[in-house]
Design a binder for this molecule. Structure first.
Ligand code: NAI
Length: 328
């Protein structure tokens, strides 16, 4: 498909937006032959900043970039959107309770879900990056009854890429020779990076996982708390790596995952692996023909089961809290 793609990016003037837009315009997300029309959504206070980003995008003279439009109204911004990169969210501020954060974001994502349902293109595909990403995606999906649930996904590709990077570093294997890693559950510290099915060069991941002390004390916490380590070192949260993962996610969704490898995608559960329907949990998935398909039938050992269940329980707690708030 070389018809221009309509891409709506929310939070476009923020750090991840800034790091994403130039690569989208350069063709890294949808292919180097697919023109793009960018529609940027920002809060009114950040529209001027978005205009500055748009000036820089113009100055990139990207041959694939057909247009850039800036909006502070979601209904106009999502009009005809084929891709929705939902990056903007209410950040957690000092003294804010977790419940307040959930409430603020569920209101934003419920509204964006309804709007996407009403005005986006038939083939809309959504990736939620703004946190709490999984639950925000679940809320948006629940408010878009006419859009197939599988078109609402949340980003755990950054966690997936982080897990590959840590495995590469540990074993001295080039990242390109590492496959079949899985992130399960929530994009939070409870996530479970699973290497039991991985291939690390010619070594089965299970063999590497046999060093349980390293697995439990080093690998899993390093991947799960990498975001915090970045904040501590950089004084700002992951931006370019999050943008890169967002682009990887959409790229693979549209153009397919490579060979027999899979990746990690948070998408609405169909009940596979005992995950409650409606939760947006990270699972192993392959893409073909523009659709994610969950990789079913993997053997889940007790070690993995306990960790998957714990992260899924956290997701249940988040979604139940949101449901309670919306009834209150
Ligand atoms: P940022 O604060 O630099 O930018 C966010 C932008 O979103 C701001 O410009 C703000 O004006 C805008 N915004 C807020 N609410 C909006 C709304 N309702 N509609 C449109 N725009 C809105 O934040 P950054 O660093 O770009 O991060 C964005 C989000 O991504 C955060 O929620 C962050 O926690 C999350 N994140 C998720 C990751 C993941 O792996 N899932 C990784 C890293 C960050």
């Amino acid at each position: 498909d070389v018809s221009p793609a309509v891409v709506t990016v929310t939070g476009a003037a923020g750090s991840i937006g800034y790091a994403s837009l130039f690569r989208i315009a350069a063709g890294a997300m949808l292919g180097h032959d697919r023109p793009v029309r960018l529609r940027l959504l920002e809060l009114p206070a950040a529209v001027t900043a978005a205009e500055g980003t748009a000036m820089e995008l113009e100055d990139g003279a990207f041959p694939l970039l057909e247009s850039i439009d800036i909006f502070d109204d979601a209904r106009t911004a999502f009009d005809g959107a084929q891709f929705g990169l939902l990056i903007g969210a209410r950040p957690r501020t000092k003294g804010m309770e977790r419940a307040e954060l959930l409430a603020a974001n569920s209101a934003i994502f419920a509204e964006q879900g309804r709007i996407i349902n009403d005005v986006a293109a038939q083939d809309i595909r959504v990736i939620v990056v703004g946190n709490p990403a999984n639950t925000n995606a679940a809320v948006a999906a629940a408010n878009a009854p006419d859009v197939p649930g599988e078109r609402f996904t949340a980003l755990t590709r950054l966690d997936h890429n982080r897990a590959i990077a840590q495995l590469a570093r540990r074993t001295g294997t080039p990242v390109g020779r590492i496959s079949r890693v899985t992130i399960w559950g929530n994009h939070s510290a409870s996530q479970y990076p699973d290497i039991f099915h991985a291939r690390v060069g010619d070594t089965p991941g299970a063999e590497i996982a046999a060093d349980e002390r390293w697995l439990v004390e080093d690998f899993i916490p390093t991947v799960a708390t990498r975001g915090t380590a970045i904040i501590e070192a950089r004084g700002a949260s992951s931006a370019a790596s999050a943008a890169n993962a967002t682009i990887d996610h959409v790229h693979d969704w549209v153009l397919g995952t490579a060979g027999d490898d899979w990746t990690s995608v948070a998408m609405p559960s169909t009940g596979a692996y005992g995950i409650r329907e409606g939760l947006v949990s990270s699972v192993p998935a392959r893409a073909a023909g523009g659709r994610w398909e969950i990789v079913e039938g993997l053997d889940i050992n007790d070690f993995s089961r306990a960790r998957i269940d714990a992260s899924v329980a956290e997701l249940e707690g988040e979604l139940d809290a949101v449901a309670k708030l919306s009834r209150a």
